[in-house]
Write a protein that binds this ligand. Structure first.
Ligand SMILES: [Zn+2]
Length: 329
């Protein structure tokens, strides 16, 4: 993935997303028109009810013009509801689902327009993020790695030196992650998972990412290597724009940023200071970040600048993940 190649969305990419939304609308209309035709063909009486609805609408309009003061809307809407009810019964009686002619949206929030009152819907922002990061592989991973595929049996129940068993520890971490998700919009929190490779840190992050994406949040997943590459590009190529199609804006403003494998990247003084700016800015904006690392805390403290570490230490929950390497099982 060449994150550094694009600092923002090109017009071509932008119109690609717009076309996707248009396609959805056209598809929806196509399906609905076909269904309507099918229903009218099978249930001729359905047309009568449709006509009744139209004349009700005309009545409403007329009465509003003739006597603007008198509130007739109550009984008129009741008769409309009655007709709608009859339509549904007719559908069911003829073997159709009762919502057969109800439009179904992929995103009910914006009804697949991408916008809510001139503002981009989160689904649109996520589409931009996915385009910027070519994150389609993330979705593929999340399909396989989520709470429903989590297997506690991979963790031993054996206690060691008085510390909780890996299994008990993981159960506690999963519960904590679920709390993190459920309180996401009301309670600003950051998590830092640390522990040996292969004990399930990335899996936990992915579980959280999936839930929050499903709930309409914007999520960016980057390995530390990718993040530092992007930060280096931004540092050395300052002519990026500040529109919200911009990569850096999304790193700072997305609802959840996941930085995987911190400690495996190549760093220099520029990138470490950019790293500080990034995590600090997100803390100030109260935007959640999840970091996972194979480094021990001591190592973390010595590898990163003191001010970065103190921001992490003061604002992140440090959570140790341990057990056998689940990738080998
Ligand atoms: Zn939407």
């Amino acid at each position: 993935m060449k994150v550094g190649m694009t600092l923002g969305l090109s017009n071509i990419e932008y119109s690609k997303i717009m076309r996707e939304y248009e396609k959805r609308q056209v598809n929806r209309k196509f399906i609905l028109d076909n269904r309507k035709r099918e229903v009218l063909l099978k249930i001729p009486k359905f047309k009568e009810l449709e006509d009744e609805l139209i004349s009700e609408a005309i009545k409403t309009a007329k009465s509003a013009i003739n006597s603007p003061s008198k509130d007739k809307s109550q009984d008129i809407s009741e008769s409309v509801l009655l007709i709608e009810d009859k339509k549904r019964s007719l559908l069911v009686a003829n073997g159709f689902p009762e919502d057969y002619l109800v439009e179904k949206f992929i995103c009910p929030h914006c009804k697949d327009t991408g916008y809510i009152r001139n503002k981009k819907c989160t689904c649109f922002k996520q589409a931009i993020v996915d385009m910027l990061y070519q994150q389609s592989n993330l979705k593929h991973t999340l399909h396989k790695e989520n709470f429903s595929t989590f297997n506690f049996d991979l963790y031993s129940k054996q206690e060691n030196n008085g510390q909780p068993s890996p299994r008990a520890n993981m159960e506690a971490l999963v519960n904590l992650s679920k709390d993190f998700i459920n309180n996401f919009s009301s309670n600003f929190q950051n998590l830092l998972f640390y522990g040996n490779p292969g004990v399930g840190k990335t899996f936990l992050s992915n579980c959280i990412a999936k839930e929050l994406l499903d709930r309409g949040n914007t999520v960016i997943y980057l390995t530390a290597y990718q993040l530092f590459e992007s930060l280096a590009d931004i540092t050395f190529n300052r002519n990026y724009d500040t529109s919200d199609n911009n990569l850096y804006e999304y790193i700072l403003n997305c609802d959840l940023l996941i930085i995987d494998d911190l400690g495996t990247e190549l760093t220099n003084s520029f990138t470490t200071s950019q790293f500080f700016l990034c995590i600090n800015e997100r803390i100030l904006k109260k935007k959640a970040t999840i970091i996972s690392t194979n480094l021990a805390i001591k190592q973390l403290a010595s590898d990163y600048s003191e001010r970065s570490f103190s921001r992490l230490y003061g604002n992140y929950q440090f959570l140790r993940v341990y057990g056998d390497d689940i990738r080998l099982q």
